[in-house]
Design a protein around this ligand. Structure first.
Ligand code: COA
Length: 169
């Protein structure tokens, strides 16, 4: 049965403490990616109602550093489900709660696979996007999946029809 992306929404907030920062007083990328992995896994698990594992993480660009003492807000939602795998979109903001200033840090896509009781990939529900943004993320998910499967050695470039089409090939 199809589910809406909103059904899988996870919002996680963390506080950047001294042990989370580098020598410049900014949140370390690795700590942020750990929190993102947790938020994304919860979202995928909420959608699939199955245990899940991280299959891949797309490239992440850190646009703005998050400062010591700021809050980190991570929003995670499933954009599209295929057969046993799901793409999760993450949007990350920092917030200076004292000066009331909120800024985008980065966004990313993680892929999770649902597992059966024997640890084998198991089918997950499909996604029915509702809003324009959800529809756009749903459409793009097919091309992003093809790119990551090519990079992961799981698909031949020639078979990536939708991805090739955007390059006019
Ligand atoms: C991810 C994993 C379950 C895939 O298992 P597999 O035996 O390769 O299974 P399959 O080839 O049948 O792939 C299952 C699904 O994973 C997807 N998948 C496999 N590798 C992928 C990759 N690199 N990127 C994105 N999706 C991938 C496949 O497309 C397939 O999706 P679909 O059913 O929706 O079409 C398996 O490789 C695994 O357990 N990896 C380790 C996961 C882990 O430990 N993660 C924690 C971080 S180290």
């Amino acid at each position: 049965m199809a589910k809406n992306p909103a059904d899988s929404l996870i919002v996680m907030t963390e506080l950047v403490l001294p042990n989370d920062t580098n020598t410049f007083g900014n949140l370390m990328g690795g700590r942020l990616m750990y929190w993102m992995d947790i938020a994304a896994a919860l979202s995928a698990q909420k959608h699939a109602t199955l245990p899940v594992v991280t299959a891949s993480v797309d490239n992440i660009s850190f646009e703005n550093p998050i400062k010591l003492g700021n809050a980190v807000h991570i929003e995670a939602k499933v954009t599209r489900a295929f057969h046993t795998s799901m793409e999760v979109h993450l949007m990350v903001h920092g917030e200076d709660l004292v000066n009331r200033y909120r800024y985008k840090s980065n966004e990313a896509y993680y892929t999770f696979v649902g597992l059966d009781p024997h640890g084998k990939p198991a089918a997950v529900p499909s996604i029915e996007p509702v809003t324009d943004l959800e529809k756009s993320l749903f459409d793009g998910a097919l091309r992003r999946r093809q790119l990551r499967l090519i990079l992961g050695g799981k698909m031949k470039p020639n078979d990536a029809i939708e991805l090739k089409a955007i390059f006019g090939i």
